[in-house]
Design a binder for this molecule. Sequence first.
Ligand code: ADE
Ligand code: ZN
Length: 340
Amino acid sequence: MLEETTTSFIKGIPKAELHVHIEGTFEPELMFAIARRNNVKLKYHTVDELKRAYNFSNLQDFLDLYYAGAKVLIYEQDFYDLTFAYLQKAYNDRVIHTEIFFDPQTHTTRGVDFGVVVAGIHRAMNDARKQFGISTSLIMCFLRHLDEKNAIRTLQQAIPYKNLIQGVGLDSSELGHPPAKFANVFGMARDAGFVTVAHAGEEGPAAYIREALDLLKVSRVDHGNNALDDESLLTELAQRRIPLTLCPLSNLKLKVVKDLRFHPLKKLMERGLLVTVNSDDPAYFGGYVTDNYLAIAESLNLSNAEICRLAQNSFEASFLEEKEKQSMIKQVQDYCSALT
Ligand code: ADE
Ligand code: ZN
């Protein structure tokens, strides 16, 4: 058990969240409310029945449910409600900056307009900035189980909204869909001025992380757990300060790790990597970002200094402009020096 002082220390530390899928913040209660108002039938009849299905053997198991849930999102207001609910929770977790993933193809393939998705998310981001002072940005992910042509069409749809979207990423079923499959569209995205990230080394091998660096030229790796299998990759990630956005509770729920005591976070930190703690799909994995800090601090017996390092890393790893970045890092340092 964590001591009460450590728990409140973790709750209050200023954090950035860099790996959260907005569709993965869809709480069952809100899902049912939106399904009802949109007249969409869900496979499950009650919130409890749906929650009982949150018992996953692997990534694909989870993705099947995650895509089914997202089908109730149709109108701008739906995307607004989803995003605002997350930002409220993030604010309560002392998240002062968040870089939010969304999966446009999950919606456009059902006939929902790209602009509707972005408008709803963005209106919520603006309102949350005004109400809570929370800083936000948006990263659109390509679904790697679809082909590259589909990703290219999606990139073209994003161009008119370029000022609202900071980066592109790559998510969905990893095994069998290596980063190499998306080398062209990532080149086009970089040419258009987007920053790039990719999920790699969650279920896939270290070689996928290598491809994400060399072929997609990502500036951040999402998950990256399996980097530990490749010594030269570890050295390069550390030397180039390429951040890993780790997601402990996700890894536990998707059986990427058997037990959080075996989670690679501490080893990766000790190897000098810029690691961060994030929630991934908090509505499905039983915890938002603070819960992830609490769980990993307890399982790996992290010191307050290590917790401060993780919070500081979250800002260093962000895509914030240097001035904002430094001012938020100073907030972490002031908090830590006052309390440690
Ligand atoms: N989409 C949402 N969560 C994901 C994850 N953990 N891995 C890959 N794709 C995802
Ligand atoms: Zn993810």
